[in-house]
Ligand binder design. Sequence first.
Ligand code: GAR
Length: 219
Amino acid sequence: MSTRGALRLGILISGRGSNMAAIAQHCRAGRLGAEVALVISDQPAAAGLETARELGLATRAIPWPGAAQRSEFERQAAAALDAAGVELIVLAGFMRILSGPFVTARAGRILNIHPSLLPKFPGLHTHRRALEAGERAHGATVHYVTPELDGGPRLLQSRIAVRPGESEESLSARVQATEHIIYPKVIGWRAEGRLQWREERPWLDGAPLLTPVIEEFDA
Ligand code: GAR
């Protein structure tokens, strides 16, 4: 670990917050060189906000004012993130689409996790769609956020085999378990300086990352 200070994270959630909690626990255990400076939810009643409070994290609810007033949400979120000294924004089950100008102004400073092997199945209901398509492999993707929905450069993917006759619930739970491993891992890469954003693309260990790293899970 280098001598630099802990990387300050701002985590945006909308729901349960299990990824947020996994990241916070890795930070707390001193495994990442990062710390959670602030958790923001667009849903004041999100279970994840309560979990964050129980973990002793600073929280902020910024109710979603509707798509037409998205800039108002973004103005408040940006002010809160800046005031907390956030260096990396981590979308963790944040179910809103941030505007092009917000994202572009923070190029290389926003990560997202998506529950599919992107570019397959952007958008919603990914587990159901993977089953309906007869996919034999499925997983999750950590990627940089760009204005294209679920389309930014992919960094790390977890891959699992779909079991014969598997239910959507089972597949979702198995993918989520891998999310809790791969998201902290990418944040650790960034905190250690192994992952950088240069020339409008990600670099890992000094070379452009042209295809995502894939981690196989057999759980
Ligand atoms: C996660 O599975 C994440 O991949 C997904 O929402 C879930 C949130 O769970 N994100 C998206 O679908 C984003 N398009 P969590 O609140 O327990 O972390």
